[in-house]
Design a protein around this ligand. Structure first.
Ligand code: ADP
Ligand code: MG
Length: 383
């Protein structure tokens, strides 16, 4: 089974175990039915070689706690350790293989390289269950290729996630507001082109806001900036204006150095050259809350600021609180966004759905084909 256990860590401590908890029901159902469950997963972005910093050990330990049974972790993916761990597996048992991204073939663009790894993984098992929703948008060996090597099935988590997200694409209630933020700017800019034709309002904060501000002609100091995508963003701004989609941000919190708590609140037209913006300001928070107040459908991906530091958590908290207050259909997607909601102590049931996938849910909303899902259409008859 491919799971998404990509949890945020502080050293070797899991700071938010949401993805592990979300993976438990399918793993448990398989184990309870007597299956021998081999879980594959990734953690972070190692460079295609083993790196102890990205070991799945904390995730395996947490999974074991939640299952109430030890989960042995092989110290490699398809090597001697993996073979031994799989060999020792008994009916109803659960084991994990080490980070799939320790093997460069996992993310290779070369079909043959990925297929070779998928063959080695498939040799361990009789069937494949795809339940890592956070990675179904990736054409990777443990997600896409292995599904073609074995009888393959969609897991309960992926099925549930798709069910909720379909409500955001099929006859949704308007106004439809999308809130975007976070730090993976280049990944996320691509989705905007597509969303502009679907949303009524697009609220942009977080690290991606600065590329928009720069495109509008503002100076952004040392803030996060995707210089090579400025032209693309200028195009978005023109398109948004043509379609009457509102794009707003009025003030930000700026500081001299990343992580520094001393800061100033400035208008978006007054960011000093030697400072960086780390959160949306109080006026923007109010404005965003007012734009969200009459929404009937909301999708939110990406924190509004560096919420890990209390000083810069206010923007993210304001958006989260506006969603909790709202009676709209509200979906939060993204590892860090979901973690932020919980870290800020907001009630999880204050949202209609908290998705385990950020990139995956965004690409689904864009209407893009998700390789980890479309592969099932290729395997006629399987589900
Ligand atoms: P998600 O996982 O929800 O999709 P991302 O991974 O894209 O979100 O981004 C999350 C990260 O973005 C957080 O760690 C947060 O600190 C960072 N972030 C938010 N705003 C800024 C900013 N203005 N500058 C730098 N980093 C930011
Ligand atoms: Mg993230």
């Amino acid at each position: 089974m491919r799971a998404d256990l990509n949890v945020p860590l502080d050293g070797d401590k899991i700071t938010d175990d949401g993805r592990v908890r979300a993976s438990v029901p399918t793993i448990k159902a398989l184990a309870d039915a007597g299956a021998r469950v081999i879980v594959t997963a990734h953690l972070g972005r190692p460079k295609g070689a083993p790196d102890p910093k990205f070991s799945l050990a904390p995730a395996a330990a947490r999974l074991g706690e939640l299952l109430g049974a030890e989960v042995a972790l092989a110290n490699d993916l398809v090597g001697e350790s993996a073979k031994a761990v799989v060999e020792a597996l008994t009916d109803g048992g659960v084991v994990m293989l080490e980070n799939v991204r320790f093997d460069a073939r996992e993310t290779s663009k070369d079909d043959a390289e990925r297929a070779a790894l998928a063959d080695e993984l498939a040799a361990f098992a009789d069937a494949f269950v795809s339940d890592g929703f956070g990675v179904v948008h990736r054409k990777q060996a443990s997600v896409y290729d292995v599904a073609q090597k074995l009888p393959a099935y969609v897991g309960g988590l992926v099925d549930a996630e798709l069910g909720v997200l379909r409500k955001l694409t099929d006859d949704l209630e308007r106004p439809y507001v999308v809130v975007l933020g976070g730090a993976k700017v280049s990944d996320k800019l691509g989705v905007i082109a597509n969303l502009l034709s679907k949303v009524d309002k697009l609220l942009i904060g977080g690290g991606m806001a600065y590329t928009f501000l720069k495109a509008q002609g503002h100076e952004v100091g040392t803030s996060l900036l995707q210089e090579d995508q400025l032209d693309q963003v200028r195009g978005f701004l023109a398109e948004a204006e043509k379609r009457g989609v509102e794009l707003v941000l009025v003030d930000v919190l700026v500081t001299a150095e990343f992580g520094n708590v001393e800061h100033d609140v400035v208008g978006t037209d007054a960011i000093p050259a030697d400072k960086m913006g780390l959160d949306i300001g109080p006026k923007s928070r109010e404005l965003f809350a007012s734009k969200l107040a009459d929404a009937k459908t909301v999708f939110w991906n990406g924190p509004m600021g560096v919420f890990e530091i209390e000083t810069y958590a206010g923007g993210t908290r304001a958006v989260a609180e506006a969603l909790v207050k709202s009676d709209a259909f509200t979906v939060v997607g993204g590892g860090d966004s979901a973690a932020a909601v919980r870290a800020l102590g907001l009630p999880e049931d204050g949202f209609s759905h908290i998705s385990t996938g950020g990139g995956a849910s965004l690409e689904f909303l864009e209407g893009k084909e998700l390789p980890g899902i479309s592969v099932f259409a290729k395997n006629e008859g399987d589900r």
